[in-house]
Ligand binder design. Sequence first.
Ligand code: HEC
Ligand code: HEC
Ligand code: HEC
Ligand code: HEC
Length: 456
Amino acid sequence: MKKYLLIGLVICAAVAAAIHYYGSPSKPAAAQKLTIHFTCDTSGRLEPCGCFTGQHGGLTRLMTWLEERPERHDTLKLDVGGALAGVNDYDLVQYQYLARGYREMGFAALNMGAAEAAIPAKTLASLSATSAVPLVSASLVDATRKEILEPFRIVEAAGKRIGILGVVSPTSVVDAGEGIAVLGLDEAIERQLPALREKADLIVLLAFAKENELRRLARDYYEFALILGGDVGGPAQDLIRENDSIVLFTTNEARTVGTLTATLGGEPRTRLLDPAYEITLLEEGIPQHPDLKKLVSEFRDEIRRTPLAVDDPNAVDPRAIPGVQPAATYVGSATCQSCHPKAFESWQKSGHGHAFETLVKKGSDADPHCIECHTVGFGRPSGYRRPFGKEKLIDVGCESCHGPASEHVAHFRDGKKTAFKFRPVGPGDCVTCHHGEFSRPFEWDKFWPLIEHGKE
Ligand code: HEC
Ligand code: HEC
Ligand code: HEC
Ligand code: HEC
C-alpha cells in the first residue's frame, strides 16, 4: 500500500513540475525581454578608409562588437537609413555589399534615408529585388503614388509581432531620384497605420528625420512604442521619452551603434517597459571582422571589373560650367622635373609622391571612393581615369594642388605665348583632401614644412 502511495506522490510531483515548467495555458505568457540595436548614416563605410591611424567605426567593427555581446534574449537589429554613400553607379554596387554585411549581422530591415531617396525609382525597385536585407519605406512613391518598396515589415520577437515601419522626411531629401516622390510624414504614416494596428502588437517607427520631427511624431501618434532616427547632428546621449513613445537616434558615418533593452508588456498597448539605453562608439581597438573583410575584398574585385561612368573620357564633369572648356589640361608630374628639379625631388620623397602605391597595397586602387584624393584630377575630363591603371596621373601630383599645367608647359618649353598664370595655392587647397576622417587634424604650420618647396 505504502508503495502505491509513494508512486502516487511521485506522479503528482511530476505533473506539478510539468505544469510549472510549461506554464498553465490560461495564464498569459511571461513578459519577455528584447534588445534592439540600431544604426543610421553608415554612408558607405563598409570599413574605415585607413587614411590615418586612430579611426573609429565601419561595419567591419560593428560585426565584431555585435558578436562579442552575449544575446541573452531576442535581439532585433535595424538601420534607420543613409547606408548608401551616394548615387553614383559605384555607390550602388557598394550598396549590395553593405546589405550583405547587414545580413551577416542579422539585420531585419534597412530603412530609406536621404541618400537612398535620391536613387531613380526603377533602380531602387531592382536593388530591392536583390537586396540581402529587406528595404522598407512608406514614404517613397512612384508617379501613381504607389509605394515603391514594402512600407513595413512584421517580425516575431520576444513573443510579440513587431511592426517595423520606415519613413523619410521630405525636408531631409534634397534631391529625390527620378520618378520618386516623397510623401509627407503624416500621409506616409496614416496610410499604413490601419494595417499595422491589426498585424502588429507593437510598432517601431524608423524615421530618417530631424530631431524636432521625431519628437513631433511622438506627440501626434500614440501608436509608436519606439521611434528611431535620424537626420541629426549627433547621437542621443540619453533615453528620451516623449508622450507615450521612446525616441532615440544616432548618426556619425558608422562610428556609433545604439542599443535599447526593455521588457515587452503593458495594457492596453504593448510598450517597452524598464528601458535601458546605451550608445557605443566603435573604437579603433575593436578588431575588424574577418567575414566582413572578405566582403570588402569581394567588393573591391567587383568594382575593378565593373565599367563605370567615370571611366568614360567623354563623361560630363558635374563641376564644369556648361559651355566653358577648361583652358589647360593635366600633363603629369614627370613633365615638371626638368625645369623644377628641387620641387620634384622633395615631392617624390613625400607621401604625396606615392599616394597611389598606398592604395595598390590595400587593393583599393580601382575604388573611386579612394582614387578621388590619391590621384590627379580624377573625374575631370583630362584627369586620372581607371583604365590608365598605374601609368598616368597617379599620386597626389603637382597639378593636384597647382591645377592643370599644359598651358604653362607650352609657354616655357614650346615657346607658345600664353597669358596663363597658376592661381595662388594655400591652406584652403590642402583641406579639400585633408579633412574629416581622411586626415589627422590639418594644421598648415605643421604640414607645410614637411612638403615645402618652390624657392629655387
Ligand atoms: C577626401 C580625400 C581622401 C579620400 C576620399 C581617401 N583618402 Fe586616403 N588619405 C587622404 C589623406 C589627406 C591622407 C593623409 C592623412 C594624414 O597624413 O593625416 C590619406 C592617407 C591614406 C592612407 C595612409 C597612408 C600612410 O602611409 O600613412 C591610406 C592607407 C589611405 N589613405 C587609404 C585610403 C582608402 C583605402 C580610401 C578609400 C576607402 C581613401 N584613402 C580615400 C585623403 C583621402
Ligand atoms: C620648360 C620648363 C618648365 C616646365 C616643364 C615647367 N615649368 Fe613651371 N615654371 C617655369 C619657369 C621658367 C617658371 C618661372 C616663371 C616666372 O618666374 O614667371 C615657372 C614657374 C612655375 C610656378 C610658379 C609661377 C606661376 O606661374 O605661378 C609654378 C607653380 C610652376 N612653375 C609649376 C609647374 C608645374 C606643376 C609643372 C609641371 C606640370 C611645371 N611648372 C613645368 C618653367 C617650367
Ligand atoms: C588631392 C588630395 C590632397 C591635397 C590637395 C593635399 N594632400 Fe596632403 N596628402 C594626401 C594624401 C592622399 C596623403 C597620403 C599619402 C600616402 O602616404 O599615401 C597626404 C599626405 C600628406 C602629408 C603626410 C605625408 C608626408 O609626406 O609627410 C602631409 C604633410 C601633407 N599631405 C601635407 C599637405 C599640404 C600642406 C597640402 C596643401 C598644400 C596638402 N597636403 C594637400 C592628399 C592630399
Ligand atoms: C600638396 C600640394 C602641392 C603639391 C603636390 C605641389 N605643390 Fe608646389 N606649391 C604648393 C603651395 C601651397 C605653394 C605655395 C607655398 C607658399 O605660398 O609659400 C607651392 C609653391 C610652388 C612653387 C613656387 C611658386 C611661386 O609662386 O614661387 C613652384 C615652382 C611649385 N610649387 C612647383 C611644384 C612642382 C613642380 C610640384 C610637383 C613636383 C609641386 N609644386 C607640387 C603646393 C603644392
